[in-house]
Design a protein around this ligand. Structure first.
Ligand SMILES: NC(=O)C1=CN([C@@H]2O[C@H](COP(=O)(O)OP(=O)(O)OC[C@H]3O[C@@H](n4cnc5c(N)ncnc54)[C@H](O)[C@@H]3O)[C@@H](O)[C@H]2O)C=CC1
Ligand SMILES: O=C(O)CCC(=O)C(=O)O
Length: 415
C-alpha cells in the first residue's frame, strides 16, 4: 500500500537524501523529527453563546539557520502529521532559497467556511494568546496558508502586539499593507512559481506562448497562477478547479471571470461557456503545464502514469507521493518540486520581515526584481544538481537544502 501520511512521506524523502549525501547518523536523526511541537486547546465563544474548544498546533521543525517561519492552516482535516510535514518542508524551502530562517508551520482544526467573521477573529486571537510565549519577530514568524488570509494575519499581529504592550507587526507576515505588509506578497507564491516555470521552459526548450495550462485549486496560489500564467507568460488557461470541482474550456478561461463567478456562487463550477471536469480528470488533461495548487497527495502511483503535462509546477505543498515521483521521472515529466516552486511566498514574507525591522518599505517593482533573482538562482542550483547527481528535481532540491542545514548544525556544535 502506498504511504499517504504526509510526515512519513517527508521522512522518506529525507532518508533518500541522507543516502545521497552520506549524512552521519546524528544529523540524519535530528533532521527526521521536529525540534519542538506546541499543542493548544482554544476555547472560543461562538455567535450562539456556546463555547467551542478547537485544537491547534505549532511545529517548530528546525532553527539551525535562523528563526522558524511558516504559515498557519485553518482546515477541518488538519492533523499533527500534516503540520509536521509542512514544517519540515518549510525548513528545506527556506534553506533552498538561502533565507536566514528555519522552518515551522501551524494548524487549527476548524471549518472556516462554517464560521462567521467574529468567530474567526476570536479563534485567531485565541490561537495567538496560546502560542505567544513561543513566537516573536526573531523567534518564530507565522504567515497565511490554506484558509487563512491577510485579515487573519492583522488580527494575529494585533493580539501579539497587545500581549507585548507595543506594536510588533513583524511577528507575522502576509499582513495587509496598512499594518506593515509588503508590496507583492499577495501574488508572491504564484509569481515565484511562474519564474521557475519560465526557467524550466528555457532549459527544456518549451515555447510558453499559447502553452496550455491546467490549475487545481483556485485560492491565493491558484488564482494568481492563472492570472500571471496568462499575463506574464502568455499561456492559455484551459482548466481550473476548487474543492467543489473543475471547469474546462479548450478556447481558454478568463481568470477574472472565474474569480467573479466564485465570488458570487462560492465555486468556479458552472462558469458560463465551460464544461465540468473532476479534480481527478484535470490532473490527466493533455496540457503543457499542470499546476497543483490545492492540497497534498493528489498525484499518486494510481494516476502518475496518466499525467501528460511536460512540466508539473507544484504550487501546493506535497501534491506528489514518492512513488508518483519515480513514475513521472521515468516518463520524462519535469517536476518543479513544491519547496522550490512555491517558495515565492516565504521569500516575500522574508522581505516583509526585513522591511518591518528596517521600518522602510520597498515598492512592488523592487520586490519583484528581488524575488525573480532569488527564484532564478534557486531553480538553477536545483537543475544543475539534478544533472550532476543524475537524480530527479525533488531529490536535487533536498541535496542543496539539507546540505546547508546540516552545515549550520555542525558549525553550531549540535552534531
Ligand atoms: N498562500 C501561500 O503563500 C502559500 C501556499 N502554499 C500552498 O498552496 C496550496 C494552496 O494554498 P492557498 O492558495 O494559500 O490556499 P487558499 O485557502 O487560498 O486556497 C485553497 C484552494 O484550494 C481549493 N481546494 C481545497 N480543497 C481542494 C480539493 N480537495 N481539491 C481541489 N481544490 C481544493 C479551495 O477551494 C481553494 O480554491 C497549499 O498547499 C498551500 O500550502 C505554498 C506556499 C505559500
Ligand atoms: O510566508 C510564509 O512565511 C510561509 C508560507 C507557507 O506557509 C509556505 O511556504 O508553505
Amino acid at each position: 500500500m502506498e504511504k499517504l501520511n504526509p510526515f512519513e512521506i517527508a521522512q522518506e524523502q529525507l532518508d533518500t537524501c541522507a543516502k545521497i549525501l552520506n549524512l552521519d547518523q546524528a544529523t540524519h536523526e535530528l533532521l527526521r523529527r521536529p525540534m519542538r511541537e506546541i499543542w493548544v486547546s482554544l476555547p472560543v465563544r461562538m455567535d450562539d453563546g456556546s463555547t467551542k474548544v478547537f485544537q491547534g498546533f505549532r511545529v517548530q521543525y528546525n532553527d539551525a539557520k535562523g528563526p522558524t517561519k511558516g504559515g498557519i492552516r485553518f482546515h477541518p482535516q488538519e492533523t499533527i502529521d500534516t503540520v509536521r510535514a509542512l514544517a519540515a518542508w518549510m525548513t528545506w524551502k527556506c534553506s533552498l532559497l538561502d533565507l536566514p530562517l528555519g522552518g515551522g508551520k501551524g494548524g487549527v482544526i476548524c471549518n472556516p467556511k462554517e464560521m462567521s467573521q467574529g468567530e474567526l477573529e476570536r479563534l485567531s486571537r485565541a490561537y495567538i494568546r496560546a502560542i505567544h510565549p513561543f513566537i516573536g519577530p526573531d523567534k518564530d514568524i507565522p504567515a497565511p496558508d490554506v484558509y487563512t488570509n491577510p485579515q487573519i494575519m492583522a488580527w494575529m499581529a494585533d493580539e501579539y502586539s497587545k500581549a507585548c504592550g507595543k506594536n510588533q507587526f513583524g511577528v507575522v507576515t502576509g499582513k495587509p499593507l496598512a499594518v506593515g505588509g509588503s508590496a507583492g506578497r499577495g501574488d508572491a507564491t504564484a509569481r515565484g512559481g511562474l519564474y521557475t516555470v519560465r526557467e524550466a521552459a528555457k532549459a527544456l526548450g518549451i515555447d510558453l506562448k499559447g502553452a496550455r495550462v491546467a490549475i487545481q485549486g483556485f485560492g491565493n496560489a491558484g488564482y494568481y497562477a492563472a492570472v500571471l500564467a496568462q499575463s506574464m507568460l502568455g499561456c492559455k488557461i484551459v482548466a481550473v478547479s476548487d474543492s467543489r470541482g473543475g471547469i474546462f474550456n479548450e478556447q481558454g478561461i478568463d481568470p477574472e471571470e472565474a474569480k467573479a463567478h466564485k465570488g458570487k456562487t462560492g465555486s468556479v463550477v458552472e462558469l458560463a461557456g465551460t464544461s465540468s471536469i473532476t479534480n481527478e480528470a484535470l490532473l490527466e488533461l493533455d496540457v503543457d503545464i499542470l499546476i497543483p495548487a490545492a492540497l497534498e497527495n493528489v498525484i499518486t502511483e494510481r494516476n502518475a502514469a496518466n499525467v501528460k503535462a511536460k512540466i508539473v509546477a507544484e504550487l501546493a505543498n506535497g501534491p506528489t507521493t514518492p512513488e508518483a515521483d519515480d513514475i513521472l521521472y521515468k516518463n520524462g515529466v519535469h517536476v518543479i518540486p513544491d519547496f522550490l516552486c512555491n517558495a515565492g511566498g516565504v521569500t516575500v514574507s522574508y522581505f516583509e520581515m526585513v522591511q518591518n525591522f528596517y521600518m522602510y518599505y520597498w515598492d512592488e517593482a523592487e520586490v519583484h526584481e528581488r524575488l525573480d533573482k532569488k527564484m532564478t538562482v534557486a531553480y538553477k542550483s536545483v537543475f544543475d544538481t539534478s544533472k550532476q547527481y543524475e537524480i530527479n528535481m525533488r531529490q536535487a532540491a533536498y541535496v542543496v537544502a539539507v546540505k546547508r542545514v546540516a552545515e549550520a548544525m555542525k558549525l553550531r556544535g549540535w552534531v
